[in-house]
Design a binder for this molecule. Structure first.
Ligand code: MUC
Ligand code: MG
Length: 367
């Protein structure tokens, strides 16, 4: 179970259509596949999606930090040295997606070595999650058509609508069009990716008060400290901290500041180990969580559902697990399938996925 080698392989797979949101847009999945090799021939995998507009990482920076910093520090430790692994990763600040992918690839290798599912090792609560689909910026009719297609094709009945445009009426109109088209029984919530000021966010929430929104996420930046507290105190819609709460310390700050009432957990930035710490922290504080998506491919989505389904509190709500549907291809030998509005955990061992060597050879960008 000794770590022999860690590889960081950049790959690029275009999306069929771009996903647009207030802090950026994604046209190509220019991710990094991380592979951990052990001395007994086991290989664990995970993927790191760079989100420069959220965390500052790029595909190149992830490859560089894994190759030059993390791989040399971790080689020689065993898969069970998890505290030592994290102590060494923590010597370097930032780089959340790179660290998360290493953590999850180590768990995958551990599960494979033991012949056990990672989801069962983490908690084994259930074997599937309901899926929430993210609807990006587009003209209202396109947003509605996408939501209807996703509902009719995959049975998904929970939608996170990207907001944060100016003027706010653009998004108010889109949410109203979605509610009118989808009816009262579909769950709708919004994510602003820090696009609005607190006063714009308040105006938008007031204008959407009759739409039955269940959550509002990151409507304004974390640095609007008092503005976020004011906004959270004046709305009855629970406020979710996503990119403002990516470490246990930030989670504490956002919650104690009154800036958020719920936390989004993304395995793409906190792996399995730190995601579990954050989940337990939230459980201890009586705070609900939602499983978010960092616009993961199928490798990352398999990780998210493995984690989300493993615990009672992370599997309660629909998890954001469908961004991969818009990718033109992926790396798995057996693609993930959403049906009846649900995504099942791969049975394992490990995360339960296999990388198709032909697909990887085709999409990798380092050769
Ligand atoms: C989300 O929930 O914000 C957009 C940027 C990112 O890092 O994640 C996505 C989705
Ligand atoms: Mg978000």
């Amino acid at each position: 179970m000794k770590i022999l080698r860690i590889e960081a392989i950049p790959f690029a797979i275009p999306y069929n259509k771009p996903l647009r949101f207030a802090s950026g847009e994604v046209r190509v999945a220019d991710h990094v596949l991380v592979r951990v090799h052990t001395d007994d021939g086991v290989v664990g995998v995970a993927e790191a999606p760079p989100r420069p507009y959220t965390y500052g990482e790029t595909q190149e920076s992830i490859v560089a930090v894994v190759d030059k910093v993390f791989a040399p520090q971790l080689t020689g430790l065993t898969l069970l040295d998890r505290e030592a692994v994290h102590a060494r990763l923590d010597r370097t600040v930032g780089n959340p997606a790179a660290k998360a992918a290493i953590d999850m690839a180590l768990w995958d290798a551990l599960g494979r070595s033991l012949g056990l599912s990672v989801s069962q090792l983490l908690g084994g609560w259930t074997d599937r999650m309901r899926v929430s689909h993210m609807v990006g910026f587009a003209p209202d009719a396109e947003m509605v058509a996408e939501a209807e297609r996703v509902r009719d094709t995959y049975g998904i009945r929970t939608f996170k609508v990207k907001v944060g445009r100016r003027p706010v009426d653009l998004d108010v109109g889109a949410c109203r069009a979605l509610r009118e088209a989808l009816g009262p029984d579909v769950e709708l919530y919004v994510d602003g990716n820090r696009g609005w000021t607190p006063s714009e966010a308040a105006r938008a929430l007031d204008a959407m008060a009759d739409l039955g929104l269940t959550l509002s996420e990151e409507l304004c930046p974390a640095d609007d400290v008092l503005g976020r507290r004011w906004l959270t105190s004046r709305t009855s819609v629970p406020t979710v901290a996503d990119e403002s709460a990516t470490t246990p310390g930030q989670v504490t700050r956002e919650l104690l500041d009154g800036a958020a009432t719920m936390i989004s957990i993304k395995t793409a930035r906190t792996g399995f180990t730190t995601s579990q710490r954050i989940l337990h922290q939230c459980e201890g504080l009586g705070v609900e969580v939602v499983m978010g998506n960092q616009i993961d491919g199928q490798v990352g989505t398999a990780c998210s559902v493995a984690f989300g389904a493993a615990h009672r509190s992370s599997s309660r709500r629909a998890g954001e697990l469908s961004n991969f549907l818009d990718m033109s291809d992926d790396l798995l030998t057996e693609p993930l399938e959403i049906s009846g509005g649900e995504l099942a955990v791969r049975p394992g061992p490990g995360i339960g996925i296999e990388i198709d060597p032909g697909k990887l050879a085709h999409h990798r960008r380092d050769r």
